[in-house]
Design a protein around this ligand. Structure first.
Ligand SMILES: [Zn+2]
Length: 545
């Protein structure tokens, strides 16, 4: 048996702005403000023994500090069940809360509000109700996890119980933390409440006693597939008007961005690379949006030719200011993930001098390239997801940060696809992105090389100007609303054109047109789409591939 003793009582922090009627800033700019966010200084520091999956006996010093009587491998008498208290609910939380025991009964995995994934840090919480005669005192909560290989993990958590339990205020709950390697398929769980060994409290044992699930150990329903994100950060070396500015992306910055992405996405891990800087010599502040920069990033990604799953994210600290009202921008709201549409996994945002300051916008923009539309909160969001289930962009269920250990309340937190502050992942967003991540991770594992064709890509900027280049890709005709007509010396070739609005843009459009070999002999091409038509000469097209 492995036993760990943890003292989590101080680690759960209520995010600032929670439990108050915060409607967010709603200023209409990308990502809103970050005034409502907090830094969690205590995270990790008070987590003690649970990090070691190989602990074979109790950490005596921790046990002593905890007032616990854990004595490792020595046989010991089972403590007495706690009196005048019922154990009612258990929840697990990997970012967004899932009820696994309700009213003492196990919730069937198919009834979970979101999928719980294997191999991810997981907070388990227990909630009680009291008899009227309960005397305030320490109560020990014991979580017992049994694994298919026969090992057993026990965690004891001592909680001073003085009133009813709560998901939020004071985080009055029993709290057990499972590390990623402790969250594996086939594991069962059961929780019990005990009197402390020296307890002299009176009272009666509830009927049933405080043990859940009552009928026997519950099976944690885990979605057991590899789930990873791969990101290339592109520092933009802006050279303009005698100035040169390049974000200096340190390991610490990468860590901040990785943790924010992992906290908000259903993954076991996100992998980051920092690319060589991409030199960019045009204006950024006056361009009416980041679309010229996105076009340059698209060409850089096409030239690099990474695996199809890889997300490119530009970080920019411009010499001449930012497009007004924009914190970041994605090249498109990507369609369903395919081997051929890697060129839709491109976005960019402000550097703001640190990875920590860039992280929130980064999560939102990557969200667009995962196919996510905006969620209505401030009212300034355009192109909203009408299927979003929680009013006002609220996250709807309790959120928990696996790194910052903050709790976000269902009504105080806002989905990260809104423009409001207190951004967090909702149960809805968790489910939506999980499917995308699973497909892309599958591509990596199958080591499936993309063999897409070539497309003619175009970016229409806010001022109506355009730029055109070739890149790898394909266009599913069912997703294309436009047409293209190539003029070649031997005749005309007609095909489809896919035109997608650039999120946060007004007029900006991202265009892709399949480019057959025969069309490469073109002298010009007419691209026709609802509301826009362009005639492009062959000499205006940059050949990347
Ligand atoms: Zn957006």
């Amino acid at each position: 048996m492995r036993r760990t003793v943890i003292s989590l009582s101080t680690i759960l922090l209520l995010a600032c702005g929670d439990d108050v009627s915060s409607e967010g800033s709603g200023d209409g700019t990308e990502g809103g403000t970050s005034a409502g966010s907090t830094s969690a200084t205590a995270a990790g520091t008070s987590q003690t023994a649970s990090g070691s999956g190989t602990t074979e006996s109790a950490d005596e010093s921790t046990a002593a500090a905890d007032g616990s009587t854990s004595t490792g491998d020595e046989p010991e008498a089972e403590p007495e069940f706690a009196r005048d208290i019922r154990l009612e609910r258990l929840t697990v939380n990997q970012a967004t809360q899932v009820e696994v025991v309700a009213g003492g009964l196990e919730v069937a995995p198919e009834d979970y509000n979101t999928r719980v994934i294997s191999g991810r840090r997981t907070l388990v919480r227990g909630f009680w109700s009291l008899h009227a005669t309960f005397e305030p005192r320490d109560i020990m909560g014991r979580l017992t996890i049994s694994y298919p290989d026969g090992t057993v993990l026990e965690q004891d958590f001592t909680q001073f119980v003085a009133g009813e339990s709560s998901d939020g205020a004071g985080a009055a709950s029993f709290q057990w933390l499972l590390e990623p390697e402790e969250v594996v398929p086939g594991m069962t769980y059961r929780a019990r409440l005990f009197e402390m060994p020296d307890s002299e409290a009176g009272g009666e044992l509830s009927d049933p006693p405080p043990i859940v699930p009552l009928a026997g150990p519950g099976t944690l329903g885990l979605y057991d597939v590899p789930l990873e994100l791969r990101v290339v950060l592109v520092p933009v070396q802006h050279e303009f008007d005698g100035c040169t500015q390049t974000p200096d992306i340190t390991e610490e910055d990468v860590e901040a961005m990785r943790m924010e992405l992992e906290q908000n996405n259903p993954v076991q891990a996100a992998m980051f690379e920092v690319r060589d800087p991409m030199v960019y010599t045009e204006t950024i502040g006056d361009s009416g949006g980041f679309s010229p920069l996105l076009a340059a990033l698209a060409r850089a990604r096409a030239a690099d030719n990474p695996d199809p799953s890889v997300y490119y994210y530009g970080l920019v600290d411009p010499c001449d200011g930012y497009p007004p009202g924009l914190l970041g921008q994605a090249i498109a709201i990507a369609g369903p993930p395919t081997l051929e549409n890697g060129q839709q996994r491109i976005s960019t945002g402000r550097w703001n001098n640190s990875g920590a300051a860039a992280a929130e916008t980064f999560v939102h923009e990557v969200g667009h390239t995962q196919g996510r539309r905006h969620v209505r909160c401030s009212g300034g969001e355009a192109g909203i997801d009408v299927a979003y289930p929680h009013a006002g962009g609220r996250i709807g269920v309790w959120g928990f940060g696996i790194y910052d250990f903050e709790l976000r309340s269902p009504s105080g937190g806002r989905d990260y696809m809104t423009y409001c502050s207190n951004e967090w992942v909702s149960d809805y967003s968790w489910e939506q992105t999980l499917d995308v991540i699973e497909v892309l991770t599958g591509f990596d594992l199958a080591d499936t090389a993309a063999k897409p064709g070539v497309v003619l890509a175009g970016m229409v900027h806010e001022d109506g100007s355009t730029e055109w280049w070739t890149q790898p890709g394909e266009v599913d005709p069912s997703t294309a609303l436009g047409t293209a007509r190539f003029e070649t010396p031997t005749g005309t070739i007609e095909t489809v054109a896919r035109v997608r609005p650039v999120p946060h843009g007004h007029n900006a459009r991202y265009i892709e047109v399949p480019l057959e070999d025969a069309a490469r002999a073109m002298t010009a091409v007419d691209v026709l789409a609802p509301g826009s038509s362009f005639r492009v000469g062959a000499d205006e097209i940059r050949t990347i591939r």
